[in-house]
Design a protein around this ligand. Structure first.
Ligand SMILES: Nc1nc2c(ncn2[C@@H]2O[C@H](COP(=O)(O)OP(=O)(O)OP(=O)(O)O)[C@@H](O)[C@H]2O)c(=O)[nH]1
Ligand SMILES: [Mg+2]
Ligand SMILES: [Zn+2]
Length: 300
């Protein structure tokens, strides 16, 4: 159960430090937690960051930019309970920012989008104002999009006051390999290593948040039991046909939905395996008891 171990951003209660060691007594309940399915074949949850208020999804204005990836990250963030902000970094690369802004807004309805460049400093203040005093922010996105550079830019104004988080008497932040940094303005940022893949983990509600436009069309659909695929007169179908809703977006919604169903199925499978093993163990115990009973008879 990796989800039960402290993750970056967690608060834990510790015993008073003694002889150089610190014992964690208790993990405090998480307000929010940003998760993904563990990478590879494993079917478990990995918590990327806990207690995050604002999650900055960083993309770069180059070939890295991918609307489908933004949708995927948004589903994970809406699920987490944090508020998403999309950051389009490397705005200095000579691309037309308006084109990227429009493409982003089309896949991130209702989500703030900030254009930044750590080279020119554009947009850095806008990011800073989105991290309030006492709040925690996380930067996620592919490797090389400029997450660490952005955090360095945030620190620039008073880098000398950067300190590791200290015990405040109530608890303390626990960092894993993810880095947790205190900003001069009193916020906390978590830098994360770039992810090669972000497989969703139990994110049905998050999917609904990321695709609220489609879900509201679907709920307004006149047909009960509509699969919103080919039915003439279907609200989702109509929106696609009139160009109000991009087909790729509906495709993405369905794909992520199937991915979640698949993971849920896997979880059921592993539950069944646990169940089966349990019965095996009980049967084995029973046989052992029978053997012992046969040997020692009435003593048992
Ligand atoms: N042109 C340009 N380059 C940038 C900008 N921000 C970062 N870079 C460069 O992009 C490269 C990657 O930046 P990082 O900040 O290390 O990227 P990261 O997202 O932290 O990458 P990982 O730690 O591997 O996940 C570096 O060479 C930066 O100098 C920007 O706004 N414009
Ligand atoms: Mg980095
Ligand atoms: Zn329909």
């Amino acid at each position: 159960m990796r989800g039960a171990l402290p993750a970056a951003g967690d608060w834990v209660l510790v015993d008073p430090p003694s002889a150089g060691s610190t014992m964690i007594q208790r993990l405090l309940e998480r307000r929010t937690s940003l998760s993904r399915k563990e990478a590879g074949e494993r079917t478990g949850e990995q918590i990327l960051a806990a207690n995050v208020d604002t999650a900055f999804l960083v993309s770069a204005l180059n070939e890295e930019f991918n609307p489908r990836r933004i949708e995927r990250y948004l589903a994970a963030v809406w699920q987490s309970g944090a508020t998403p902000v999309v950051v389009l970094n490397k705005a200095d690369l000579g691309q037309d920012p308006q084109v990227f802004l429009r493409r982003t807004e089309a896949v991130a309805p209702g989500v703030p989008v900030v254009l930044t460049s750590t080279v020119t400093g554009a947009g850095v203040d806008a990011v800073r104002t989105l991290i309030g005093f006492g709040e925690t922010a996380v930067f996620v996105g592919s490797s090389g999009v400029g997450k660490s550079s952005l955090i360095n830019a945030l620190l620039d104004q008073a880098a000398q006051s950067v300190t590791a988080i200290r015990d405040d008497g109530k608890g303390r932040h626990t960092t894993t390999s993810r880095r947790l940094i205190l900003l001069p303005g009193g916020g906390v940022v978590i830098d994360t290593p770039g992810l090669r893949e972000l497989a969703l983990w139990n994110a049905d509600a998050g999917l609904g948040g990321a695709f609220a436009d489609i879900e509201s069309l679907a709920s307004a659909c006149a047909f009960r039991d509509c699969r919103h695929i080919a039915e003439a007169g279907c609200a989702v179908r109509d929106a696609m046909e009139s160009g109000r809703l991009a087909e790729e977006r509906v495709g993405s919604y369905r794909k992520l939905g199937r991915e979640l169903d698949f993971i849920a199925g896997k979880q059921d499978e592993s539950l069944r395996i646990v169940g089966k093993n349990r019965w095996k163990a009980i049967a084995k115990q029973h046989r052992q008891r029978e053997k012992v009973r046969a040997k020692y008879g009435r003593l048992m």
